[in-house]
Write a new protein. Structure first.
Length: 214
């Protein structure tokens, strides 16, 4: 009479193969025995792409360094209005609204420049003031900072006593900025000025300029 084949039973009471029995008996920490193999198997092969979801239009913070994108396609000459109360809030004025009497008095011309900050690594649109015939010292300083930031990590800090910016470059930061390869400049503009485009005289802020309360 043939001997009855012995069955291997798991702790849950179900039959398992000899191969599975070996796996159950193995110490889970044995995975660390062959680190070279583990490094190969653990290598990430899926590319993780950062999704661009926000971009603000404002001056770079004084506690950050920044670089300006050297690509001229990542800049735009623009007419903007800076909110009287919320100083970091800018409105984009469309060309056909520049002649509106209340808008014309409030707007200024800027060069919108794509920058990347360090150490945070965020993208921002920096409104660099265009220089007039008699520019304010702070406007000149911002233009100096722009030129420096094309090559170096640069910082602008406000000096209340001088009423001007101190412009400095990082002492030792060899890290290179990472500029977007797939997102066009339009994407940054749309994110920065969503809900902030003055294209008619019934715009909420234009009504405020006109003295209309309701």
């Amino acid at each position: 009479m043939a001997e009855k084949e012995a069955k291997i039973i798991s702790p849950e009471g179900t039959p398992i193969t000899p191969e599975d029995a070996v796996k159950l008996a193995r110490d889970p920490t044995d995975i660390f025995n062959d680190l070279d193999k583990l490094r190969v198997e653990s290598k990430i092969t899926v590319e993780r792409r950062k999704i661009l979801s926000s971009c603000e239009c404002r001056k770079p913070d004084g506690n950050l360094y920044f670089r300006s994108c050297p690509d001229v396609n990542m800049r735009l000459t623009a007419s903007l209005i800076r909110h009287k109360q919320e100083r970091d809030l800018f409105f984009f004025v469309t060309p056909d609204m520049r002649q509106h009497p209340h808008v014309e008095r409030a707007l200024r011309y800027y060069t919108l420049v794509l920058i990347q900050t360090w150490p945070i690594g965020e993208y921002q649109l920096w409104p660099v003031p265009m220089l007039s015939d008699k520019p304010m010292p702070s406007d000149k300083s911002q233009n100096v900072a722009f030129e420096k930031s094309l090559r170096f990590w640069t910082q602008m800090t406000w000096d209340a006593g001088l009423r001007d910016y101190n412009v400095e470059i990082a002492e030792n930061n060899p890290q290179k900025p990472v500029w977007p390869e797939k997102e066009p400049f339009q994407t940054f503009l749309k994110l920065a000025f969503a809900g902030r485009i003055i294209d008619n005289d019934n715009h909420e802020y234009v009504r405020q300029l006109r003295g209309i309360s309701a």
